[in-house]
Design a protein around this ligand. Structure first.
Ligand code: SF4
Length: 350
């Protein structure tokens, strides 16, 4: 590990969005070496076509700087379980999350022999984590007091150590605040930052429906496998009387992904006899008869047999789990499809 800090080298938090691109460009334009870190978690809602990881990679390539991607899903889950500074509108512990992110960035800064951190934060842009008092708290609790340079809003803060010592020319930094993107777009045109993505993506932890799903999972298993969290994004979820979760995929893509994410102990279920329909997944406690019947009625309800008197439904263990499967983990049920929306409304929580 390198130990000597280089005052002319910075570690930038780079998401690849407009703000972080501008911040990096402003620091590079001062002749300062920059290396970037990008944080990703299973809770990011970027699309597969344009993830923040690939936006960060594109930006790093454009600026010719090194990029380290850090997956901080476990740290964020810890923060969700023990949010010391509270939650936003879902189960998003933004302050704790940012503290942990900045701590990691600080560790990397020391490891890389850099002298300070650069961010694209804008005073007052985000209600929870970019309030001035929150930004100061994050800075203090992450052990980076005085070492964070925020080129877009620097003049609204006390000068950082790099600004006071002249490693960074404060005169060339800005005083942006608030949620409007206009000043950033104007600056982008002035300093040649092009091809930046529209604001998109976000964090599932802020979504109320996802928050309900995640809370239920964490009550069941405080340390769930990542695949279990990924499956929370998919399908309609019903809670059977005994606490099992029944997940009904809404299309073929969700069927494929839910089947691939199924865990040992899960039970899969689909209509037999050539009737098209979803492959449902039952998760949670060992699946009892009542849960099987509820799942079968729902599986039939969401397939082409929804109007039939009776539908044959087959159930079987998750792929790759046949070794642990017990004889009663597979079978066939004859079932009346769940009655229109009545049963669904009784069971569905979203
Ligand atoms: S929105 Fe999600 S990723 Fe962003 S700071 Fe909050 S918890 Fe962390």
């Amino acid at each position: 590990m390198k130990t000597s800090n280089n005052k002319r080298k910075a570690i930038a938090l780079l998401s690849g969005g407009l703000d972080s691109r501008l911040a990096v460009k402003m620091i590079l334009d001062q002749g300062i070496e920059v290396e970037a870190v990008n944080f990703v978690t299973v809770f990011c809602t970027c699309t597969a076509r344009s993830s923040c990881k690939s936006e960060a990679r594109k930006a790093a390539e454009e600026y010719g700087i090194g990029l380290k991607t850090l997956n901080t899903t476990r740290e964020l889950l810890d923060a969700v379980r023990n949010a010391r500074h509270g939650y936003g509108r879902g189960v998003n512990p933004c302050l704790d999350c940012r503290i942990s992110m900045f701590r990691k960035a600080g560790e990397y800064m020391r490891e890389a022999g850099a002298g300070f951190i650069v961010t694209g934060e804008v005073w007052g842009e985000r209600p929870m984590s970019q309030r001035p008092d929150a930004m100061r708290l994050i800075e203090k609790e992450s052990g980076l007091e005085g070492l964070i340079v925020r080129p877009l809003s620097a003049h609204l803060f006390e000068p950082s150590i790099p600004e006071r010592k002249g490693w960074v020319n404060r005169e060339k930094l800005m005083a942006m605040e608030g949620r409007s993107r206009k000043p950033q777009m104007q600056l982008a045109a002035e300093i040649g930052v092009n091809d930046y993505p529209c604001p998109a993506g976000g964090c599932l932890l802020c979504e109320k429906d996802f928050a309900v799903r995640l809370r239920t999972l964490l009550e069941e298993n405080p340390d769930p496998p990542i695949a279990e969290i990924q499956s929370l994004r998919l399908g309609r979820i019903f809670f059977a009387g005994n606490g099992n979760r029944i997940i009904i995929p809404r299309n073929e893509e969700e069927t494929r992904r839910l089947t691939a994410l199924a865990q040992p102990g899960d039970v899969l279920m689909s209509a037999g006899g050539g009737i098209m329909g979803p492959t449902s997944v039952i998760k949670g406690k060992p699946v009892g008869e009542a849960a099987l019947l509820e799942a079968a009625a729902l599986t039939a309800r969401y397939g082409q047999g929804r109007e039939a008197e009776k539908v044959t439904v087959e159930y079987y263990p998750a792929p790759g789990d046949s070794e642990n499967a017990r004889p009663d983990d597979c079978g066939i049920l004859e079932i009346l499809p769940a009655d229109g929306w009545r049963l669904a409304e009784e069971l569905e929580r979203q």
